[in-house]
Design a protein around this ligand. Structure first.
Ligand code: GLP
Length: 249
């Protein structure tokens, strides 16, 4: 696991964008795994800038998002589909047909999960998976206790996740309780993984990921078993790991 500790959010976003841009430049038909949330907004802004100012070409790139709320219409401003369209997709030259999110309006959610997993496999698999991390150590919506080997599946959100995601909704009651998420097994199949975190509210989760036990109690800890993981951490998110970061680097 390679760990980069950077000064601030802007530096985290710029470095992450360089990693993604390098992947696309080397492999124009790259398959990217994408995340939503506050963490990745700066990365998307920087990639948009690289597209317009340096000609970064997304025309052959395919993308698969980690997760989506169940029952929220894709055009609803709280859906992850809306987030991706408005914060990233519509500002670059990605083909809309090459962007995938789980269909959270599917009548049969189990079948949707299975076919999402199959679509990822049929694309050749994810080359680079971008991740944020939840305060409870979740990645995607894989909450504590999730089986490490699980494929895409429906999830019940933890109370702490509902609470922390309430900032994106008019009121906490409106945060959906269910979602579809790539599983930890899906994420671990990606060839490369890039996890970003900023803010001291993420310091405990980063400590558990880097220094704690490898256990489903901290879903992100499974990443220590992957051979190609890079963490880009803003310094306050990294403030608790100095004692063991050396060991991991
Ligand atoms: C959500 C998403 C995750 C994301 C996490 C962190 O629950 N499902 O994919 O990484 O929250 O979000 P933020 O970046 O807003 O802190």
């Amino acid at each position: 696991m390679r760990i980069h500790i950077v000064r601030d959010y802007a530096e985290m976003s710029r470095l992450a964008a360089r990693v993604v841009a390098e992947e696309i430049t080397l492999r124009p038909r790259s398959v990217l795994g994408l995340a939503t949330g506050e963490t990745t907004l700066g990365l998307y802004q920087e990639l948009i800038r690289l597209h317009w100012e340096e000609g970064l070409d997304f025309s052959e790139v395919r993308t698969f998002n980690l997760d989506e709320y169940i029952g929220v219409h894709p055009e609803d401003s709280t859906s992850y589909s809306y987030y991706m369209t408005h914060n990233f997709f519509r500002h670059i030259n990605l083909e809309p047909a090459n962007t995938f999110l789980p269909n959270s309006l599917a009548a049969d959610i189990e079948t949707e999960c299975l076919s999402y997993e199959q679509r990822i496999d049929a694309s050749g698999g994810i080359d680079l998976q971008v991740l944020g991390i939840g305060q409870n150590g979740h990645i995607g919506f894989n909450e504590p206790g999730t089986d490490f080997a699980q494929p895409t599946h429906p999830v019940q959100l933890a109370d702490s996740t509902i609470e922390s995601n309430a900032r994106f909704f008019p009121s906490p009651n409106e945060v959906p309780r269910l979602a579809i998420s790539m599983g930890l097994g899906t994420i671990m199949k990606a060839r490369k993984i890039l996890l970003l975190a900023h803010g001291s509210h993420k310091a405990d989760a980063i400590y558990s990921l880097v220094c704690g036990a490898i256990s489903p109690t901290t879903p992100a800890s499974v990443l220590r078993l992957h051979l190609n993981v890079r963490l880009i951490l803003e310094q306050s998110a990294a403030r608790l790991i100095s004692e063991c970061a050396q060991r991991e680097n």
